[in-house]
Write a protein of this length. Structure first.
Length: 164
């Protein structure tokens, strides 16, 4: 159980950030994060050790998110949820507008990606998983995850520049 507690302290912020990036709702992200760790504790006996605990935990998180979407007939529209995004440490109104515009542009460009590509970007940037862990979660190789992420990163940067 100590391993789960350590994992919780280490990974909880990443899991919550992953859910927040996917849902745009802080309270829902916290609830789903708690559910993830609850499910992990319930099924720790099924952990085979073929992956890291972190990868296993994000698999649980991903499955819970899919279950939530199915249960609630959730429409994934990132742009529509922008108003729920909290912006902290804003120094001026102009700065706030700039941050919101950048976030809106990024989420718009991100929403245009295929679901698997969007998942890869979010797992790397918010969950901070390694390429090996991402590849394992997606059923692909580590090299596939690495190369695809860098291609997607370039694509996102190019599309962001075109929006400016």
């Amino acid at each position: 159980m100590i391993q789960i507690e350590q994992l919780y302290e280490e990974v909880q912020p990443q899991v919550e950030a992953f859910f927040y990036a996917k849902t745009g709702n802080q309270m829902l992200a916290q609830d789903l994060c708690q559910d993830t760790f609850y499910e992990a504790c319930k099924s720790i006996g099924s952990f085979s050790g073929t992956s890291t605990l972190k990868t296993w935990l994000f698999s649980i998180a991903n499955n819970l998110l899919k279950k939530y979407y199915r249960k609630n007939h959730y429409e994934q529209n990132l742009v529509a949820r922008l108003s729920a995004l909290p912006i902290e440490e804003v120094h001026s109104t102009e700065h706030l507008i700039e941050i919101k515009e950048d976030m809106k542009s990024f989420l718009y460009v991100l929403s245009k990606l295929r679901e698997e590509d969007r998942e890869l970007v979010l797992l790397r940037t918010y969950a901070e998983l390694s390429f090996a862990e991402i590849g394992e979660m997606l059923g692909k190789s580590e090299n596939y995850a690495r190369v695809t992420f860098h291609r997607l990163k370039r694509k996102l940067q190019t599309e962001m520049e075109e929006l400016e």
